[in-house]
Write a protein that binds this ligand. Structure first.
Ligand SMILES: [Zn+2]
Length: 238
């Protein structure tokens, strides 16, 4: 077992170190054979961008601002770019994301990646929620390159979301892609819509879980995962 005093995201596993460097030329067909929805296509990106900027300018005017004063002049452009960035998960291609990163490996102990930073946006208020995801799976002959798990988290978090659905989507994607013996996902996040408005509770954290396969049926495995992600991160790993 490796020392577990944190740097994030890191993997904690009983696996050999070569699992950490898995992005080689193998198995592109495996990813292509999985049947995911294609990324969202925008018919005319330039016209769409201008329409978004007009809409932001309209909101500014309707809120009583002079949308053409110096400080606000480029705000619609900045806001449009910000939304494109925060919602970039819609245009991420899931097949390209996992391409060349799935490997047939004879390894069946849990692989755990904890403390993956997560930024998402609540679909009810279009305000951010920010936190961490912890992901575990038990390989059943197939593993995924380490860097891909945070990218999968990004793909689903950079959309308009509710935390419950985000958590399930990460678990479902790993289940479909890896067909593992089990998947566990825990997301903990603070929601700006609860911090800045409404109940205004700055320190409330929401925790959601998605357990699949052996993690659903085997309490011992589940407890082991929870104890791995519960340890405080006391120092950097390097
Ligand atoms: Zn909200």
């Amino acid at each position: 077992m490796s020392p577990n005093n944190g740097y994030h995201p890191y993997v904690e596993m009983n696996a050999s170190p070569e699992l950490l460097e898995l992005e080689t030329e193998e198995a592109p067909s495996l990813a292509a054979s999985l049947n995911f929805a294609p990324p969202l296509a925008v018919a005319d990106p330039q016209a769409t961008d201008l329409a978004i900027q007009d809409a932001v300018r309209n909101i500014l005017s309707l809120l009583g601002e002079d949308a053409y004063r110096e400080g606000l002049l480029n705000t619609p452009l900045r806001v449009r770019k910000m939304y494109r960035e925060l919602l970039s998960g819609y245009t991420t291609d899931p097949v390209a994301l996992i391409n060349n990163a799935l490997f047939e490996v004879d390894y069946s102990e849990p692989v755990i990646v904890r403390d993956i930073e997560l930024q998402s946006m609540c679909e009810h208020h279009m305000l951010p929620f920010i936190g961490r995801a912890h992901v575990a799976y038990i390989p059943n002959g197939r593993v995924i390159g380490l860097s891909k798990i945070p990218r999968i988290v990004d793909m689903f978090s950079r959309r308009l979301q509710v935390q419950e659905r985000l958590t399930s989507q990460i678990a479902d994607f790993l289940e479909e892609t890896l067909q593992p013996a089990g998947v566990a996902v825990v997301v903990e996040a603070a929601h700006m819509c609860a911090t800045l408005r409404g109940v205004r509770k700055a320190n409330a954290r929401m925790v959601t879980t998605a357990m699949r396969g052996e993690y659903k049926t085997n309490g011992e495995l589940r407890r082991e995962f929870i104890s791995h992600i519960s340890r405080p991160m006391t120092q950097e790993l390097y």
